[in-house]
Design a protein around this ligand. Structure first.
Ligand code: 5GP
Length: 120
């Protein structure tokens, strides 16, 4: 089963405005901001505003409007950042084996250099 949501996680605190972030996009359902420790020249995180630990938790509990809004937000951010032609990678880690560090669903958008094979 999915772990319970911890409302003290760092992205919950960013959503509440308790700690700053470099925002790139925000709408009713989603927030996008720059990763604090970028692994590529462009490294943006997109998160739903709701309290969801992971992709499986989100898709089990969120409304269709939240899910559609979030998926559209990821695409919007990629287009708006000019990443379509050079290309970009989406990544969402879940749980221990994937090395998820922050237990609030986030999609990494990585771009700005050739990224290599996924598991390199
Ligand atoms: P994960 O390993 O959970 O998929 O990725 C978590 C990401 O969140 C990491 O890339 C990490 O650099 C980023 N991160 C952790 N703490 C903060 C923070 O306080 N602010 C921002 N902007 N990014 C953070």
């Amino acid at each position: 089963a999915t772990q319970p949501y911890d409302d003290q996680n760092i992205f919950a605190r960013i959503l509440r405005g308790e700690i700053p972030s470099r925002k790139v996009y925000e709408d009713d359902f989603s927030l996008a901001f720059h990763d604090i420790n970028p692994q590529s020249p462009t490294h943006i995180l997109v998160i739903p505003k709701g309290a969801y630990v992971s992709w499986d938790d989100f898709t089990a509990k969120a409304s269709d409007a939240e899910i559609a809004g979030f998926v559209r937000a990821v695409g919007h951010v990629a287009r708006d950042a000019g990443l379509v032609a050079p290309g970009y990678r989406l990544l969402a880690n879940t749980g221990t084996h994937s090395h998820q560090e922050v237990p609030h669903l986030h999609v990494h958008i990585m771009a700005g250099r050739p990224l290599g094979p996924l598991l390199a």
